[in-house]
Structures are given as structure tokens and as C-alpha cells.
Design a protein around this ligand. Structure first.
Ligand code: AP5
Ligand code: MG
Length: 217
């Protein structure tokens, strides 16, 4: 099963992708997580990406497309994957389509998560992440068992790009550069719209429904 998770910052893509990836035993490929790890490791890609991420801008397409091309070469992608946060521009979507064509593969479904801006901001403001295993928490909606600490024992952090002024920019970038992908995938008949304004469990059920519906159609 090959899936794309599309939607604005803070909508819950990472939260749902993490669950789905465990359930179906397919890798969760999140460009944001890959870039944050590259920044922490101070690799050339990480150093290049840092100024874009800190400003809430998109990292240049060619950098991202290369990351995905390399990641898709790993053997664990044979039985499928969930792409979280990629593609994010039309150029990236077209590059993905070309890469998949060469592999004789197709995206089965694009799940588009929808939520109002006020709630997005509330989710982002309370988000805490594990820099080690990437697990995502929320101070109110999904608190860790021990305050400030991941179940893996690592101290939780607040993402630097979750500062209010950066969030504003990320939302604008999403509207201008990423939202055209909704129409792009709708035209291809691959899009399922998910109302994300429910609990994590309820949204997970909608995700399952969308996938199962696709399998039976
Ligand atoms: P990235 O890391 O992909 O960030 P994003 O798309 O902005 O999305 P988020 O990770 O902020 O939100 P999410 O939808 O995953 O929500 P989450 O599950 O965490 O990208 C970061 C940066 O990297 C970009 O700005 C860009 O610079 C660069 N980048 C990445 N990919 C790129 C690309 N393809 N091209 C160019 N640049 C790229 O949930 C949010 C919070 O809500 C959590 O606290 C969670 O616990 C809580 N929550 C989740 N679901 C629910 C629910 N149902 N009810 C209540 N709370 C919930
Ligand atoms: Mg995420």
C-alpha cells in the first residue's frame, strides 16, 4: 500500500502516519523528520535546510526530491510506505510521479486532512516531540505518561518552527504552494478527504475507512 498524507501543518499527519505505519508494517517516510535529523547531525543537507525550516519556508524542491529518491531505494519500501509531508509542491508531485513510473508503481491513495486554522494553531502550540524516536505528543490532547518525557526515556522538545510567527508563515506557504495539490490529486481520482476535527482515535477510524473503501473499489 502506497499512501500520501497531505494537509496543513499541525493537522495530525505525523500522528496518523505513525499509527498506520505500525498497523500495516510499512515505513513512515516524513520529509520533516528526515530534515530535522539531518539538522541535528549537521550533515550538508541539514545545514542547507536549516535556514528554510527556521523561517517556515519550503526547502528547495531538488533537495527534497533527492532525499525521497534515495529513501525509496531502501528495501523496506517494497511492500509500501506512507509519505508524510511529501509532495508539497506541484514540481515535487510531478517528480514523484516520474520516480514511481520508473519503479512501475503508483500511489494508491492520497489522504487529505482538513482542519480550521484556529484548531491547527492550538494543536501546534501544545505539540511536544521526541528528538530521538520522533513520537508526537500534545500537552492537553495526547500527554506523555510522564510529563516532559517520551516513553523511550528522552526529554521532549518543542520544535523551533512551532513559534507563532513561523507558524503563520508555514500556514501561508501551505495555502500558496501545497494546497494546489488537492486539485491535482482530485483530478487523478486518488484523493480522499478526511475531516481531522475529531479525536486521534476517531480520525484513525476515518483513515482506515478511506483505505478500505479504496481497496474494495
Ligand atoms: P513537517 O515536519 O512536515 O511539518 P508540517 O507539514 O508543517 O506538519 P507538522 O509536522 O507541523 O504537523 P502534522 O500534520 O504532522 O501534525 P502532528 O501529527 O505533529 O515540515 C517541517 C518543515 O520542513 C517545513 O516547514 C519545511 O521547511 C520542511 N519540509 C518538510 N517537507 C518538505 C517538503 N516536502 N518540501 C519542502 N520543504 C519541506 O500533530 C500536531 C499536534 O496535534 C500534536 O501535538 C498532536 O499530538 C496533536 N494532534 C494530532 N491529532 C490530533 C487530534 N485528532 N486531536 C487533537 N490533537 C491532535
Ligand atoms: Mg509532522
Amino acid at each position: 500500500m502506497r499512501l500520501v498524507f497531505l494537509g496543513p501543518p499541525g493537522v495530525g499527519k505525523g500522528t496518523q502516519a505513525e499509527r498506520l505505519s505500525k498497523h500495516y508494517r510499512i515505513p513512515h517516510i516524513a520529509t520533516g523528520d528526515i530534515l530535522r535529523k539531518a539538522m541535528a547531525d549537521k550533515t550538508p543537507v541539514g545545514l542547507e535546510a536549516k535556514s528554510f525550516i527556521d523561517a517556515g519556508k519550503l526547502v528547495p524542491d531538488e533537495v527534497i526530491i533527492n532525499i525521497i529518491r534515495e529513501r525509496l531505494k531502501e528495501p523496506d519500501t517494497k511492500s509500501g510506505y506512507v509519505l508524510d509531508g511529501f509532495p508539497r509542491t506541484l514540481h515535487q508531485a510531478e517528480a514523484l510521479s516520474r520516480t514511481l513510473e520508473q519503479r512501475h508503481e503508483e500511489i494508491d491513495r492520497v489522504l487529505y486532512f482538513e482542519l480550521g486554522e484556529e484548531e491547527l494553531v492550538r494543536r501546534i502550540a501544545g505539540r511536544r516531540s521526541c528528538p530521538s524516536c520522533q513520537k508526537i505528543y500534545h500537552t492537553t490532547f495526547n500527554p506523555p505518561p510522564k510529563e516532559g518525557s517520551c516513553t523511550c526515556g528522552t526529554a521532549l522538545i518543542q520544535r523551533k518552527d512551532d513559534r507563532p510567527e513561523t507558524v503563520k508563515e508555514r500556514l501561508a506557504v501551505y495555502r500558496n504552494e501545497t494546497s494546489p495539490l488537492i486539485e491535482y490529486y482530485k483530478k487523478q481520482g486518488r484523493l480522499s478527504q478526511i475531516d481531522a476535527n475529531e479525536s486521534v482515535d476517531a480520525v484513525a477510524e476515518r483513515v482506515q475507512d478511506a483505505i478500505l473503501q479504496n481497496k474494495s473499489s
